[in-house]
Design a protein around this ligand. Structure first.
Ligand code: GCU
Length: 327
C-alpha cells in the first residue's frame, strides 16, 4: 500500500530560521478520488469547490481531483483513504453503509416524500449527524450532493415488480439495496460501477438501477433500452475526508473547506436539474424509452423491509421515524 505523501507540508524549519510564520509556506494538497467522468455535474461542482478553497486560503489548501475511477473503484478509493494514500473521496450513501450503518436510512426505498423533504433531511440535524457518524471508520462526511432518484433499467420494459422476477439486477454493495431487490422479487447482484457496462452488454446481469445522468454518462443507455421511472430510492452522493487530513488543517482552513463544500452542494442542486433533462434527451436520441410505471405496486412490495427494521433494528428505526417527522 502507498504511503501517504506530504499531505501537509509545513516548512517549520524555514519559519524558525527566518522568523516568519509557518503559514506563509504552508501548502496542503488534498487528493480527491471519484468514479464519474469529467462531464458529470458532480465533477463540475467539486471543481468549483476546489477553486473556492484555493481562493479562500490564498492557495494554501488545494484539492486535486482524480475522476473516472483512475485511482480505483469507489470501494478501493475508500480503502486508500483509510490507509492515508488519499485524502478525500466522493462516494455515496449506499457504499458508505458498510462503513457507518446510519447511512442505511438514505438507501431505503420511498423514504423521502419529495425533493424538498430529501434536501431538508440532508441539510438538517439528521444529515449532519450521519456525516459525523463515520469518525470511527477514519473519515467524516463534508457534504451531500444531489443524485436524484434511482430507477430500474433493462433491455425489456419494467412496469411492475413482477417484471423484475428472475432478473439478475446489479446493485451497489449495500445491504439495503440487496434487501430492496429481494423484496421486489429480483435477484440482486452487487458489482462495482465500472464493471457494469460490460456486465450488461454480456448478459452477466439483466438489469441495473441508477439515476438518469449516471445511466446516460456511463453509456448504459447503449445497452439498456428501457428506463422505468419507478424512482425507488434517492441516494445522495457524499463527499468524505479522512480524519487525518481534516484534523491536520488549521481551524481557518477547515472552515474554508466546509464553506466551499456547502456552496458546491448548493451549486449541485442547480446543475443536477439541468443534467437530468439533458441526459434524458441524449438517452431518448439513442432510442431509450422512458416508462412511467404505477409506483404503488413498488411501494407496497417494499413495506416488509420497514416492518423488519422496526422489529430488528431499533437504531435505524429511530432515524426513520425522525426522517418522517422532518417537514
Ligand atoms: C451513482 C453515484 C455513484 C455510484 C453509482 C453506482 O452514479 O453517483 O457514486 O458509484 O451510482 O451505482 O455505483
Amino acid at each position: 500500500m502507498m504511503k501517504r505523501k506530504n499531505v501537509l507540508t509545513v516548512m517549520i524549519g524555514a519559519a524558525l530560521t527566518f522568523g516568519i510564520t509557518a503559514s506563509a509556506y504552508a501548502a496542503t494538497t488534498l487528493k480527491l478520488s471519484h468514479n464519474h467522468p469529467r462531464g458529470h455535474v458532480v465533477h463540475q461542482a467539486m471543481d468549483a469547490m476546489a477553486k473556492e478553497v484555493s481562493l479562500l486560503t490564498d492557495g494554501e489548501v488545494r484539492i486535486r481531483i482524480y475522476p473516472d475511477a483512475q485511482l480505483g473503484t469507489q470501494r478501493e478509493s475508500m480503502e486508500l483513504m483509510q490507509n492515508g494514500a488519499l485524502d478525500m473521496v466522493k462516494s455515496n450513501a449506499a457504499e458508505l453503509e458498510a462503513f457507518a450503518p446510519a447511512y442505511a436510512a438514505f438507501n431505503l426505498p420511498y423514504i423521502f416524500r419529495d425533493k424538498s423533504h430529501y434536501y431538508n433531511v440532508q441539510e438538517g440535524e439528521i444529515g449532519e449527524e450521519i456525516l459525523a457518524s463515520s469518525r470511527d471508520s477514519g473519515f467524516i462526511g463534508l457534504t451531500y450532493y444531489d443524485a436524484g432518484a434511482r430507477s430500474f433499467y433493462a433491455s425489456k420494459p419494467i412496469n411492475t415488480p413482477a417484471d423484475l422476477k428472475g432478473l439478475k439486477i446489479r446493485v451497489q454493495p449495500s445491504p439495503s439495496a440487496i434487501a430492496m431487490v429481494n423484496a421486489l422479487g429480483g435477484s440482486p447482484t452487487p458489482l462495482a460501477y465500472g464493471e457494469l457496462y460490460t456486465a450488461l452488454q454480456q448478459g452477466v446481469v439483466d438489469a441495473a438501477e441508477n439515476n438518469i445522468p449516471s445511466f446516460s454518462l456511463s453509456r448504459h443507455s447503449e445497452v439498456s433500452k428501457y428506463y422505468s421511472l419507478d424512482e425507488h430510492t434517492m441516494v445522495p452522493d457524499v463527499l468524505v475526508i479522512s480524519n487525518t487530513a481534516y484534523d491536520g488543517l488549521s481551524d481557518e482552513h477547515r472552515a474554508a473547506l466546509k464553506l466551499a463544500a456547502t456552496h458546491s452542494m448548493e451549486l449541485m442542486k442547480k446543475l443536477w436539474a439541468k443534467s437530468e433533462a439533458t441526459e434524458r434527451e441524449k438517452a431518448e436520441k439513442l432510442g431509450v424509452t422512458f416508462i412511467e410505471p404505477n409506483k404503488a405496486a413498488f411501494i407496497k412490495a417494499v413495506q416488509p423491509m420497514y416492518q423488519e427494521i422496526a422489529k430488528s433494528n431499533p437504531e435505524l428505526n429511530k432515524i426513520i421515524e425522525r426522517i418522517k417527522a422532518v417537514k
